[in-house]
Design a protein around this ligand. Structure first.
Ligand code: FDA
Length: 324
């Protein structure tokens, strides 16, 4: 991050909330489920499907988990009522993972069961390295209990990720379903790549590993070199729009899934590239965060990854770029 980015970071705590709101509104659907539904309705014609995410993480008392359980239940009901091609993503620490692991598992299983009734997929977002192993363990535990509609996210910046891919595919076979992303959390250099080029190389490698392992591969990136690399990797494996997943160990086609892979992007980021991929026939998914905690979410993202400061600066200097 350059000097301008550092300056913006320093100024964020004293920036009026309405300014942060103005910047955040591009990336967050709104304060409630209704706003998320409106965004999905408006974007449906762009050929995308969706992931709903209720903003919030790392609760401090188990009572707070109840809010998330109820809100995700409402979100699942809305997906069904609206007939949306959508699934959900949740953060295990919002369900109590750092307070009481057993209770968190109970909460997550409850939501996974409700989702399964409508064949809706549940993805556990991946948080920082304190919970990498326990998040993976919850997914394998859920599969052992017979829930097939659950998967997680792996972060290519972590050195451990290739082993995690191998572990998940050996445990779950073709039922492994992984979102691969660079990872938003700036992890220490003894466990993670820290340079851009190393992270891109690791992302490309892990996309290949997931494809070769027969996992459903959700490629979550806005980075053109990674997208282009992935398109080549898919083509080399005979995968692409309108082609059935040719891999022998790929799981049964599940409702709302593409031919073994999809591209995922965040609401408000590089919609032009997403629409282009969609027009080419690739399955694309937009991640839609919503909820009252948009301020905390925006500030936390900024603290975790100061590169976001550049996007904030851009929105202020070039306000016309601050569009979804
Ligand atoms: P990179 O950061 O290099 O961005 C490439 C380009 O995209 C930038 O140059 C810029 O033009 C644009 N861009 C990226 N972010 C932008 C922004 N905020 N505003 C405007 N433009 C932006 N991480 C994690 O740790 N756990 C998780 O569970 C998830 N889940 C997740 C879901 C989905 C659908 C996505 C797309 C991403 C995540 N991530 C995540 C975040 C991910 O790890 C990563 O931090 C971001 O996607 C940014 O990395 P890129 O690969 O996009 O590259």
């Amino acid at each position: 991050m350059g000097v301008p980015g550092r300056l913006i970071m320093m100024m964020m705590p004293i920036t009026p909330k309405f300014v942060v709101h103005w910047v955040a509104k591009r990336y967050v659907a709104g304060p409630d489920l209704d706003s998320a539904i409106k965004v999905m309705r408006a974007m449906k014609s762009q050929g995308a499907c969706f992931t709903l995410d209720v903003l919030g993480e790392e609760i401090t008392s188990l009572a707070e988990a109840e809010f998330f359980v109820n809100e995700y239940h409402r979100a699942l009901d809305a997906i069904v009522a609206e007939g949306m091609d959508a699934n959900i993503s949740l953060k295990p620490t919002a369900f109590g993972l750092l307070i009481d692991e057993e209770k968190a598992i109970e909460n997550i299983e409850h939501i996974t069961r409700i989702a399964a009734k409508n064949d809706i997929f549940v993805r556990l977002d991946m948080e920082d390295n304190r919970v990498t192993q326990s998040t993976i363990d919850i997914v394998t535990e859920m599969h052992e209990r017979g829930h097939r509609n659950i998967g997680t996210v792996l972060q290519s910046r972590l050195f451990r990720t290739s082993d995690d891919i191998a572990h998940l595919s050996s445990k779950l076979g073709g039922n492994s379903d992984v979102r691969i992303c660079k990872g938003i959390y700036l992890e220490p250099e003894d466990i993670a790549h820290t340079g851009y080029h190393e992270i891109v190389a690791a992302t490309n490698q892990t996309v290949d590993e997931l494809l070769d392992a027969g996992s459903y591969t959700a490629i979550a990136t806005h980075d053109i070199p990674v997208i282009n690399y992935s398109l080549t990797s898919l083509a080399e494996r005979g995968m692409g729009p309108g082609i059935e997943d040719p891999r022998s160990n790929a799981g049964q086609a599940r409702k709302g899934k593409g031919p073994g892979y999809e591209f995922q992007m965040l609401l408000g980021v590089r919609g032009n590239i997403r629409r282009k991929l969609s027009a080419q026939g690739h399955r694309t998914r937009v991640y839609i965060p919503y909820g009252g905690r948009w301020y905390e979410y925006s500030m936390r993202r900024l603290r975790e990854n100061p590169d976001v400061a550049w996007h904030v600066a851009k929105s202020i200097i070039m306000p016309w770029t601050n569009r979804r």
